[in-house]
Design a protein around this ligand. Structure first.
Ligand SMILES: [Ca+2]
Ligand SMILES: [Ca+2]
Length: 348
């Protein structure tokens, strides 16, 4: 090949690459996610990222019903696409959060604005006589509380009514297993007449991001976390002088806070980051993101693990993010783990 021929060939290849990139950027706006966390407050109305698609009108049944009479407010998820998980460039990401991958959420789904509360769970128990896994001694007896040094302890006296610290009816219910949360959803479905279940991990993260490309720490700087959620903070350290983990300012709550006490994200969801970890519907598959389907993914499998998301009142700010995911046995109950509900079409 002559030098002239080589220059022509490279010129053609260069034009082809430019054309391909142009198509990608014009036709697929979702292909350009931000690679770094954005420093925006969760209540910043301008926080929506243009790289995210969340455009279509929503069609979730929002008529007031039994759920609303309990104080459960459902916020519809706009149909759209987002980047789920963390990119390989995110230094704090765990392998289970990778690879970052594109996900489409279909219309018709909504999540509760808040975690399910003690009062709402009490209504369920009062009407059904249900006994939680902690109360029935599933696998082991009781639930989780705290000892004098702030260590988590499993003991028979701990359950959703006694998590080892004071709660009122507007606090998130804790010491409930995935089984208990599912049973609550079945009761709510029977009583309300619309279909409820736990959110999938994809629905949960889509709601938590709320149109933002934010990858970490709820879209704010670490030193602002005490403003957006109830995390491990100075008030917790003051309870336990030996508390060694990092804390986030002083959010005024050592343990659980009433739901909705901190301001919501751009779509109106409260406390997804912090307060209590939240159960999700899927089977927990640690490398699911390597095989996730694009449309409405939900991991299914025989494993006993179920995902938990978002961090809780004991979580250091450096460990909290929109993408952090962990898995627990479906019978696990602890005093930093609760749930919120999804309202979905009947066939889902
Ligand atoms: Ca706190
Ligand atoms: Ca939460």
């Amino acid at each position: 090949m002559t030098n002239h021929s080589a220059r022509i060939l490279w010129g053609i290849l260069g034009l082809a690459v430019i054309a391909a990139l142009t198509v990608l950027l014009v036709v697929r706006p979702w292909s350009a996610p931000a690679l770094v966390a954005q420093s925006v407050r969760a209540d910043d109305p301008g926080a929506s990222a243009p790289a995210m698609l969340a455009t279509a009108a929503v069609s979730v049944d929002a008529r007031p019903g039994f759920a609303e009479s309990l104080g459960i407010r459902i916020i519809a998820l706009p149909e759209g696409d987002f980047w789920m998980g963390s990119p390989f460039t995110e230094p704090k990401a765990m392998p289970s959060e990778q690879p970052e991958h594109r996900v489409h959420i279909s219309a018709g789904r909504g999540l509760s604005a808040h975690e399910v509360t003690v009062g709402q769970f009490r209504r369920f128990v009062t009407e059904t006589g249900y006994q939680t896994d902690a109360e029935r001694g599933m696998d082991v007896s009781g639930g989780v509380g705290l000892d004098d040094l702030g260590q988590f302890v499993l003991a028979p006296q701990y359950n959703w009514q006694n998590p080892g610290f004071a709660q009122t009816d507007d606090h998130p219910v804790v010491n409930v297993s995935w089984n208990d949360a599912e049973e609550f959803c079945r009761w709510l479905t029977r009583t309300d007449g619309r279909t409820y279940r736990l959110p999938t991990e994809a629905e949960w993260e889509y709601a938590c991001r709320a149109g933002r490309a934010t990858l970490a720490v709820a879209g704010v700087d670490v030193d602002q976390l005490d403003q957006v959620g109830n995390l491990a903070d100075e008030s917790l350290r003051q309870k336990f002088s030996n508390w060694a983990n990092p804390v986030a300012g002083n959010d005024a709550y050592a343990f659980t806070a009433p739901v909705g006490r901190f301001f919501g994200n751009p779509w109106g969801f409260h406390d997804q980051i912090g307060n209590v970890w939240e159960w999700c519907l899927d089977t927990f598959i640690i490398d699911f993101y390597t095989q996730s389907p694009e449309v409405d993914p939900v991991a299914k499998g025989p494993g006993p693990g179920r995902p938990i998301r978002g961090g809780g009142w004991e979580t250091p700010p450096t460990k909290c993010s929109t993408t952090i995911r962990s898995g627990s046995a479906r019978t696990l109950r602890t005093n930093n783990l609760g749930f919120r509900v999804a309202r979905v079409p009947a066939e889902l």
